[in-house]
Design a protein around this ligand. Structure first.
Ligand code: AMP
Length: 545
């Protein structure tokens, strides 16, 4: 028997319809690339999204299925392009400006991007690859006439404000199937070339609903949300969809992500929830450390993910600034949020120490995410909080394949996606990442968690950043080595770091060496690049003990 309920395709424009109709006065505040702060409402966003959709259909010839790229910071124009072009049925492909030039042209060509919308900041980035992306028809610079670059070698350049002025604010969204593609984001994945993840309208709407839930981010119309995590990093962790869905104000930080600029917006705009990778929070906490009279008065929750949240960071937010940390784990392939570290019903009476250790884990799955660990042969492993295994997920906001069918080995016949992470899951369902499968340190056949080592090491006074890598060893195959960046002015020694680790990790996990460096290489999404680090230290000899 069929149910008798109305069918309503889950299209992303329905999110904006709701925001316009019921939260029309809520604001999007953007720090613009041009300088001034820009403010407008969801009602304005709806109007301009329709304008850019109609103008792009008319002047750029865009239609359903066309792929269009953006290279832009978080800001109101970027939101208009997302909602406008997705509403039109086009696929918005976010480009990460931190990619190396050869990765960038590979991605643009592979995705078959037809046009690129870009902030003025990125004109030189695209000029550098222009000749290697010949199929791109033109470039829309996201500014007004007064701020257009005086000269550029980019061909067929259009001023965004000129384009949008030609558009019709009454443009009607076409009727689309909810499984129509609407977004694309490349991920460096585990091996080989970057791979394209293609989101659907349905997956984005479902994911936004799941992330709004009280046990996830608990978003509401009383919140003011600042996604510092860029829209080009996996949908700004869904906030570009979940904030309007909840009717929350949005604060968009633009290009300035240093501690002082982030603090200024958090404070002035009374931001209640913010989200970013640990590197950003390190900068904010350093700034706060230098300006001891500053407080985070309005901030209630900070979402930390993309890389493990160090204990010292969680402590600083929770204990020094009275801000709740939500440690989240996810992947581009998962829209991206997969698990969040909020307290589960039944754990109210957990001893404070035990809860603290649980909170440091990567959290428990949000609705729509199925999760398990398995061994290399594919046998499921127990959720006992001790057994490590390959972390696998499936669900309606998780990719079932990559663009053009690449990387098929990551997906099995039952629809499980192998995340490439190694994890434990405890009795309460909290998952803890211990490594990337390719970064795991295997000593004498046993796994050592590089993330655990790093977390403990960054808790040592004087250590700004730590990375653990496996070094070849004649007896044990591999032994761990720590690479340390000292805090400015700090004079911490190898012996002090080893003494700090003592008692906090298993004895046999103790690194065979600790080396110091000025900076640790990061990938385009802000993660430590273990690949580069291993390359950098390939000739380093471990001391013989
Ligand atoms: P991306 O697709 O760029 O977001 O990268 C996803 C990968 O980042 C995951 O597979 C993890 O290896 C890593 N990651 C994301 N969040 C966390 C976290 N909270 N702790 C540790 N690793 C994380």
């Amino acid at each position: 028997m069929q149910g008798l309920m109305q069918d309503w395709p889950l299209l992303v424009h329905t999110i904006l319809d709701h925001a316009r109709d019921w939260h029309g006065d809520r604001e999007i505040v953007s720090r613009t690339v041009e300088g001034p702060i820009h403010r407008y409402t969801y009602r304005d966003l709806d109007r301009r999204a329709r304008q850019i959709a109609s103008a792009s259909a008319r002047r750029l010839g865009l239609t359903e299925g066309d792929v269009v790229a953006t290279m832009a910071w978080n800001g109101y124009r970027h939101m208009e392009i997302w909602y406008g072009l997705m509403g039109l049925g086009a696929v918005v492909h976010t480009l990460n400006p931190r990619l190396f030039a050869d990765q960038l042209d590979y991605i643009v060509n592979h995705a078959e991007d037809q046009w690129i919308f870009l902030d003025t900041t990125f004109v030189p980035v695209l000029e550098a690859v222009r000749e290697r992306i010949p199929r791109v028809k033109g470039f829309i610079v996201m500014t007004d006439k007064a701020h257009m670059p005086a000269e550029t070698s980019l061909p067929n350049v259009i001023c965004y404000e000129d384009l949008i002025a030609e558009g019709d604010s009454g443009f009607a969204w076409p009727k689309l199937d909810e499984n129509t593609a609407c977004g694309m984001c490349y991920t460096s994945g585990t091996t080989g070339n970057p791979k394209g993840v293609v989101y659907t309208h349905r997956s984005n709407v479902l994911h936004a609903m799941a992330t709004c839930a009280a046990d996830a981010l608990a978003l509401s119309s009383r919140d003011t949300i600042m996604p510092v995590v860029p829209m080009f990093h996996a949908n700004a962790w869904s906030t570009a969809f979940s904030a309007p869905m909840a009717g929350a104000n949005m604060v968009m930080p633009g290009a300035q992500m240093d501690g002082a600029s982030i603090y200024e917006l958090l404070d002035r705009e009374h931001v209640t929830l913010t989200a970013a990778v640990p590197t950003v929070w390190l900068m904010l906490l350093q700034y706060l450390g230098q300006n001891k009279d500053l407080k985070l008065n309005a901030l209630e929750r900070v979402v930390i993910g993309g890389a493990a949240c160090p204990e010292a960071m969680m402590k600083a937010f929770e204990k020094d600034y009275d801000t709740t940390v939500i440690h989240a784990w996810g992947m581009t392939e998962m829209s991206p949020l997969g698990s969040l570290g909020t307290r589960k019903g039944g754990l109210e009476d957990m001893a404070p120490d035990a809860w603290w250790q649980t909170k440091l884990k990567q959290g428990r799955p949000a609705f729509t995410v199925e999760m398990k660990i398995a061994d290399d042969e594919g046998t499921d492993l127990p959720n006992d909080g001790k057994t490590f295994g390959r972390l696998k997920v499936r669900g309606p906001a998780i990719a079932h394949s990559y663009f053009k069918g690449e990387g098929a080995e990551a997906f099995d016949a039952e629809g499980w996606f192998d995340t490439g992470d190694v994890a434990t899951i405890d009795e309460n369902g909290y998952m803890q990442i211990t490594d990337r499968s390719k970064d795991v340190i295997k000593s004498g056949g046993e796994w050592i968690s590089s993330i655990d080592l790093e977390n403990v090491a960054v808790g040592c006074p004087g250590v700004a950043e730590a990375a653990a890598i496996g070094m070849p060893h004649p007896k044990w195959d591999e032994r761990p080595m720590l690479v340390i960046v000292k805090e400015g002015g700090a004079d911490v020694s190898k012996d002090q770091i080893l003494a700090h680790l003592d008692g906090k990790i298993a004895k046999w996990w103790t690194p065979d060496d600790v080396v110091f460096t000025d900076s640790i290489p990061h990938t385009a999404t802000g993660k430590i690049s273990k690949l580069e680090l291993r390359q950098q230290f390939k000739d380093h000899k471990l001391p013989t003990i």
